[in-house]
Design a protein around this ligand. Structure first.
Ligand code: NAP
Length: 516
């Protein structure tokens, strides 16, 4: 395989990087408020209805407007995607991978522009935006290489049999629907799309309604590198109008979804029904929510743990599926750890993501803001508020990092996904109690353990039931190709995005056997 190493993050302490970012940000700022069309088969479609995308740090600022697909447009997109599948599926894997490598090169050259869009549309700080852009580049580079490997794999894996030429080929599925979330609006959106198309499928890409502009900018890159029309059809729209319709459509061969538990379950259920004219069973790849715990043992580096808790819980305002939202600590170090975490949390700078010194920006929208406020009120009943807790007024959706102490392991704020900067501390008496508490939710996405006790490391490895288990490091920040990502139970189908098996989900193996 061509060597692959994750994209380096930008060091903003270097004046040349800061200057390059500022130049890119100014360029992007001059493009705000433009209208982005739908794209079907390369054709731009402007609709009467538009959706406004706002900056969550400053609601007055319109980042852009985007056309809205309705059901008839979705029908047209399916027709074009089906027709294009006939040709695209025959394109050699090397050529398909080539488009991803070129797209990665374009985004790498213009990475600060993409990060600027993330700052403005998703409210990411520049460090978080830079990481999102880097991860997008990684997905493109990695899935391109994975496709090259997969195309060779069929020839290598079969047992040779005298007098026969046997081949296993991983062929694409058909037309897929790509439904990404807003919280990694570049990396996850691009990764899901790239995996689907590099495997030979064509897609309808419906971006999250909070972040359609960044998705459109990604589409523009695919166009720039010459991806044939109709391979990716860009169909932003109201999920209430077109979501079920796309999932139910008889031409849908697979749905790749990343988002909340409830929407994921709905898609999973609906996709299981076979509709008139449908000649396959739909495949659903669903990556859903989490309720991620960090366990801190009696024997642990408490300062290291505290720093990583703050980082995992509050960066991007806790709006990562892998964000730490529970700390389960041994009683011997509980108070000491809590004091350290509170001190570090109080030192965080909360504010407009545009400001270079902001560490915690806004939450994404009014719905998220209200939901987090609701859980903060619940936390006041279920635990003891020790930090944050009051929500801020507009112009943006700001919620200060909030910590509750002495929360029972079975409280609602210990078990339900909040998706905001809120952490519940729980005290336990033994390491086994800590694991049992961490496992007591319906999710199973990520978890971290801080301990220097080797036996406890092995115990956690055996019994902590999460898809991504980390020791003595943060629960966020999985690297493509290094930490394949996905969770158990109601965290989804454990697709392990960014892992060596991911593309298998977008293909079906075909065996041919020729007697010689
Ligand atoms: P969401 O509300 O479930 O939305 C995700 C996507 O689903 C959006 O594009 C949304 O479109 C679409 N959608 C909504 N209803 C639909 C329907 N009936 N049919 C088809 N599509 C529909 O999730 P979110 O708020 O964007 O993202 C946050 C959630 O994602 C959290 O729970 C987080 O844990 C999870 N997440 C998981 C992972 C992972 O890898 N496990 C990674 C990132 C995020 P609209 O925007 O138009 O409603």
């Amino acid at each position: 395989m061509i060597p692959y190493f994750p994209e380096a993050l930008t060091d903003f302490s270097k004046p040349e990087n800061e200057a390059a970012f500022t130049t890119a940000f100014e360029r992007v700022s001059s493009q705000l408020g433009q209208t982005c069309p739908l794209i079907i088969g390369g054709r731009e479609i402007y609709t009467d209805q538009h959706q406004k995308s706002r900056n969550p740090s400053d609601l007055e600022q319109i980042v852009g407007l985007v056309a809205q697909a309705d059901k008839s447009i979705i029908d047209e997109a399916f027709q074009v995607a089906s027709k294009t599948f006939a040709t695209w599926s025959q394109v050699r894997p090397e050529e398909r991978a080539g488009y991803l490598f070129k797209a990665a090169a374009v985004i790498r050259r213009r990475k600060h522009e993409f990060s600027s869009w993330l700052l403005l549309e998703a409210g990411k700080t520049r460090a978080e935006a830079d990481a999102d852009t880097a991860e997008c580049i990684d997905f493109l580079e990695y899935y391109g290489r994975q496709m090259l490997q997969l195309s060779e794999r069929g020839k290598q894996t079969l047992i040779s049999y005298p007098g026969e030429d046997n081949q296993l080929e991983y062929i694409p599925l058909g037309v897929g629907v790509v439904i990404p979330p807003w919280n990694f609006p570049l990396a996850i959106m691009a990764g899901m799309t790239a995996a689907a198309i590099v495997s030979g499928n064509t897609v309808l890409l419906k971006p999250a309604s909070q972040t359609p502009i960044i998705a459109y900018r990604f589409y523009e890159v695919l166009k720039e590198v010459g991806l044939p029309d109709g391979v990716v059809n860009f169909v932003p729209g109201d999920a209430g109008e077109i979501g079920d319709y796309m999932v139910d459509h008889a031409r849908t061969r697979f749905v790749t979804f990343t988002g909340s538990r409830d929407v994921g379950v709905r898609i999973y259920e609906r996709a299981s029904k076979v509709h008139a004219g449908q000649i396959w069973l739909k495949r659903v790849i669903a990556e859903m929510g989490g309720k991620d715990a960090i366990i801190v043992d009696e024997q642990a580096d408490l300062d290291l743990a505290a720093q990583n808790i703050v980082n995992s819980a509050f960066m991007f305002s806790g709006q990562k599926c892998s964000a730490c939202s529970r700390v389960i600590a041994h009683e011997a170090i509980y108070q000491d750890l809590l004091d350290r975490v509170v001190e570090k949390t109080r030192a965080l700078t909360v504010g407009d993501a545009v400001n270079a010194n902001t560490q915690v920006g806004p939450v994404i929208d009014q719905k998220a803001y209200e939901k987090i406020k609701y859980y903060i009120e619940m936390g006041k009943q279920e635990g003891r508020l020790v930090c944050g807790g009051e929500s801020w007024d507009k112009p943006g959706y700001f919620v200060p990092p909030t910590i509750f102490a002495d929360v029972p392991a079975d409280a609602r704020i210990s078990k339900e996904e909040i998706f905001g900067p809120v952490v519940a501390f729980t005290k336990v008496q033994t390491f086994s109690d800590a694991i049992a508490a961490a496992n007591n939710t319906e999710f199973g996405l990520t978890g971290s353990v801080f301990t220097t006790n080797r036996e406890h490391v092995e115990e956690a490895r055996r019994t902590f039931h999460v898809g991504n288990l980390y020791f003595n490091r943060k629960s966020t920040g999985a690297l493509v190709g290094v930490h394949p990502f996905g969770g158990f139970n109601m965290s989804g189908t454990d697709s392990k995005a960014g892992g060596p098996d991911y593309l298998l989900l977008f293909t079906q193996p075909k065996l041919s056997s020729e007697v010689l």
